[in-house]
Design a protein around this ligand. Structure first.
Ligand code: G6P
Ligand code: ZN
Length: 542
């Protein structure tokens, strides 16, 4: 029985950097989820008869929305829904299933690293046939549709038992509940030399992986402990919880401080890592050293050949604009292309599809490759383990040798969270207006070489994305970038990205914040951060 339900549009269903993200109570409003899902189906009528991949990170409200999507898919003529057992799929695993089973697309329920629970965040993201987040032309169309929607279709069906794998028929549609881990773990086994990794653990190598009570727990247990033989207990916080145990499942130095402290302590294991709510981010910490995501990208790219999947080399490297230029130096040495995109994994999709790049990464703790079309936390951990196994050196030695060879890009991001939207806009507008007059002027003794608002011309489809971040480049190669986050759910978050290149190995041992002190002060002089926001300190420093 298919019901057509009359509805009225919501005005706020515009997808951000990574899908539609709002507080749970917003999604709980009558018709809110249904309107958005129907907008997706309306924009993509070719879904009819094809397969849809469905799953989420298990956060609060996941199961309810899974039920609604299945009922609406049946009403809208979808041929088959493949859903992870328990409604669970990590973001990279969902991307893999879309590709492996040649699905038409996928719906991923997650608010990534944002906190969960009844008052926490929820999110819905549509991924296209290539397994990647829908490009802007599709998300814009979904938003436009959501502004006009007048009805949605939903089938009246008995709830599907999500806790048992197998196939059931729901009207004319088939629902297959699949093991969320197996296909993904097999994919990892096809990319990396699991025999070499098993040998590493046999020799007594110790690792700590913190799943932060989020989706990667079952994946990490299976891969590290079961398939690779890491000691039991190597994975921590591996039971996914709907509220992530009350924490932010964000693998950074603030929210994974316990891991950082352990790795800096006297009994630190050889390698520490963590992932986020939906499993696409990574945090890498060696014994006594935190590896910034920008450095990690450069190191992964420089050493990728140790893994069978990358043995023949990389086609190219891509990074988001605010990510440090450490990877550029690697690309230069390898003689491959380096592409600079706006923030958001979706911008890598075309480059990967066109075969222009193999490895991509972002300062926001994301790295991945052409194996899927999302960033992939466990993939990054496995590539790191592969490098450690092949080189037989510590993380610290590997990082320091990398700096000695390429120079060090000191790098930090300062976030001012939950500031008033008007304040944030005023600050950005003020600086944007001054950009044309900045070249040649000095601030804190640093000479500005150029200043602009980043525009991206996609080399594959020719599309243009404007206003992607204010950049101030200094004559000595240092750089400041300011932009507003596109993933927050309350107020605005101002991000300031600070970078300074240091070629001299004698000066590679400075404290990052000290090394960047002048630039940090310059950012305030230029943008009036304290004046506009009333804050003297960032909320998070990564
Ligand atoms: C998500 C996206 C990334 C992005 C990050 C930060 O994880 O997948 O591509 O870099 O959010 O985005 P934001 O707009 O909050 O800086
Ligand atoms: Zn995520």
């Amino acid at each position: 029985m298919i019901r057509t339900v009359a509805t009225t549009p919501f005005t706020d269903q515009k997808p951000g950097t990574s899908g539609l993200r709002k507080k749970v109570p917003v999604f709980q409003q009558p018709h809110y989820v249904e309107n958005f899902i129907q907008s997706i189906f309306d924009v993509l009528p070719a879904f009819k008869g094809r397969t849809l991949i469905l799953g989420g990170d298990g956060r609060y409200y996941n199961r309810e929305v899974i039920g609604k999507v299945i009922a609406m898919a049946a009403a809208n003529g979808v041929g088959k829904v493949m859903v992870g057992k328990g409604g669970i799929l990590s973001t990279p695993a969902a991307s893999h299933l879309i590709r492996k089973y040649k699905a038409f697309g996928g719906i991923i329920l997650s608010a990534s690293h944002n906190p969960g629970g009844p008052k926490g965040d929820f999110g819905i993201k549509y991924n296209a046939e290539n397994g990647g987040p829908a490009p802007e032309k599709i998300t814009d169309a979904i938003y436009a549709r959501s502004r006009k929607i007048g009805e949605y279709k939903i089938a009246e069906i008995a709830p599907v038992d999500l806790d048992r794998t197998g196939t059931v028929e729901v009207g004319a549609m088939v629902v297959e509940v699949v093991d969320p881990v197996c296909d993904y773990a097999d994919l990892m086994e096809s990319l990396f030399d699991f025999t070499a990794l098993r040998r590493l653990f046999e020799k007594g190598f110790r690792m700590r992986f913190d799943a932060m009570h989020a989706v990667t727990g079952p994946y990490a247990k299976e891969i590290f402990e079961n398939r690779l033989g890491a000691a039991e207990g190597s994975c921590r916080n591996f039971h996914p919880l709907p509220d992530f145990g009350g924490h932010h499942p964000d693998p950074n130095l603030v929210h994974a401080k316990h891991l950082y402290d352990e790795m800096m302590g006297p009994d630190a294991p050889d390698f520490g890592a963590a992932s986020d709510g939906d499993g696409d981010r990574n945090l890498i910490i060696g014994k006594g050293i935190f590896v910034t995501p920008s450095d990690s990208l450069a190191l992964l790219a420089a050493n990728a050949r140790v893994a069978p999947a990358y043995m023949t080399g990389l086609a190219g490297i891509a990074r988001s604009m605010p990510t440090s230029a450490a990877a550029d130096r690697v690309a230069h040495k390898l003689g491959v292309g380096l592409y600079e995109t706006p923030t958001g994994w979706k911008f890598f999709g075309n480059l990967l599809d066109a075969g222009l790049v193999t490895i991509c990464g972002e300062e926001s703790a994301g790295a991945g490759s052409s194996h899927v079309r999302e960033k992939d936390g466990l993939w990054a951990v496995l590539l790191w383990l592969s490098i450690l196994a092949a080189r037989g050196e510590s993380v610290k030695d590997i990082v320091e040798k990398h700096w000695a060879e390429f120079g060090r890009n000191y790098y930090s991001r300062h976030d001012y969270e939950e500031i008033k939207t008007e304040q944030a806009t005023r600050l950005m507008e003020g600086l944007r207006a001054r950009l044309p007059s900045l070249a040649g002027t000095q601030v804190r003794g640093l000479i500005i070489q150029s200043a602009d608002d980043f525009t991206y011309h996609d080399p594959v489809d020719g599309s243009l994305s404007e206003q992607q971040g204010l950049r101030i480049l200094f004559q000595d190669g240092s750089r400041l970038v300011l932009r507003l986050s596109g993933t927050g759910t309350s107020g605005a978050t101002l991000r300031i990205y600070i970078e300074r290149y240091e070629p001299d190995p004698a000066r590679h041992g400075l404290e990052t914040q000290d090394a960047l002190a002048e630039l940090i002060a310059a950012a305030d002089d230029l943008a009036g951060i304290a004046r506009h926001t009333g804050r003297n300190q960032p909320s998070v420093i990564t």
